[in-house]
Design a binder for this molecule. Sequence first.
Ligand SMILES: [Zn+2]
Length: 91
Amino acid sequence: MTGRTGVQDAIAKRQIRVGDLAVQGLPPQAIASRLGAPLRIVRSDLEAMGFELPTRHHRQCGSTHGYRQHHKFGEKPCDACRDAKRKARGR
Ligand SMILES: [Zn+2]
């Protein structure tokens, strides 16, 4: 035995599927619902595999609401939203 657990195998298999779907151009949110995995997990898998998380622009961009929208969709917030978030925080 190598000490590799079934849990680690399951994680590796999920990461492969996440990677496959990401290569096909599916956004993290769609991958999460396809695999029945939490968005948070899909994002961390993508990051672990070195995928750039896609960033789209939303109508609410440039506000803290826009910032939250990016997170909701599993995206990296755009510059305008990061700015708004930083200002809202009062530096
Ligand atoms: Zn934005």
